[in-house]
Design a binder for this molecule. Structure first.
Ligand code: UTP
Length: 240
């Protein structure tokens, strides 16, 4: 049996959840990405509503480091990261002007309600929700809760590589990856300091349990435009 949906937001049109890499906000990609998302949200057919989950990026890591250096506990460090991701969410909502809600929901129910009540505005922007996870897990949770058409994890790399592309020039982009393969890669990567961070295991488990259609792509305008038009790009997660 299909899972019961807790929102009726899918009735007219599709919902796409996009996690925006924290690296976006201080890059040249920010403005073109905003324009691309605005175009997609304004499209009539299919009528598309977007939920954008903003990462905290290096700004979050900076603040977390400052707090860690004075002995702040892990849960509070996570809360600091969440606040920074919400700041990026505010900037994103402002960049999207009339298309996005300016209010940043702080929990899953708030996100569902905001999406349900979208009318002229087409985009809900959010950041982190609670400690112990990353904004990738937020993206997966939101996609699960809303029965989204897909979850697009827009990162600072083109997709999943067989090894860290920032350290190995011969790393190969994988066009698809099984949950088991990705789990192995994530466990290996998370052991090396400064390793690239595709998604956390919490997110992967959620994607697996609800078979959420997920792709990992580069966070730039041409790539997001292609993904939103249904083109196969980046790395798709497959369920064996
Ligand atoms: P991010 O998800 O942004 O981490 O959250 P990230 O790996 O830096 O992702 P990018 O690079 O922006 O894409 C920043 C920090 O905020 C906390 C975690 O500590 C995370 O490392 N956080 C975020 C939470 O505790 N809960 C959340 O729901 C989201």
């Amino acid at each position: 049996l299909p899972a019961r949906r807790t929102t009726s937001a899918r009735k007219d049109g599709v919902i796409v959840v996009i996690k925006l890499s924290g690296s976006l906000f201080f890059s040249d990609h920010f403005d073109p990405v905003m324009k691309t998302l605005a175009e997609a949200a304004a499209r009539k057919r299919p009528s598309t509503r977007l939920v954008l989950v903003c990462g905290g990026g290096s700004t979050a890591r900076k603040y977390i480091e400052a707090a860690r250096n004075v002995g702040v506990d892990g849960a509070s460090l996570d809360e600091i990261g969440i606040e920074v991701s919400r700041l990026n969410a505010i900037v994103t909502a402002d960049a999207l002007g009339g298309l996005a809600l300016r209010e940043i929901p702080k929990d899953l129910a708030g996100i569902a309600e905001a999406v349900e009540n979208l009318d002229k505005k087409r985009i809900v922007v959010t950041g982190g929700l609670h400690p112990g996870q990353s904004t990738n897990a937020v993206g997966a949770l939101v996609a699960e809760k809303l029965g989204a058409r897909e979850f697009v994890n827009a990162t600072d790399v083109e997709g999943v590589f067989d090894r860290d592309p920032r350290r190995f020039s011969n790393a190969k982009l994988l066009h698809s990856v099984t949950v088991a393969q990705l789990e192995k890669i994530l466990k290996r990567e998370s052991m090396s300091p400064g390793a690239y961070d595709l998604m956390d295991l919490v997110a992967l488990k959620l994607i697996e349990r609800s078979k959420i259609k997920t792709t990992i792509v580069k966070c730039d305008a041409p790539t997001l435009r292609a993904v939103l038009r249904g083109k196969a790009i980046g790395t798709k997660i497959v369920f064996s």
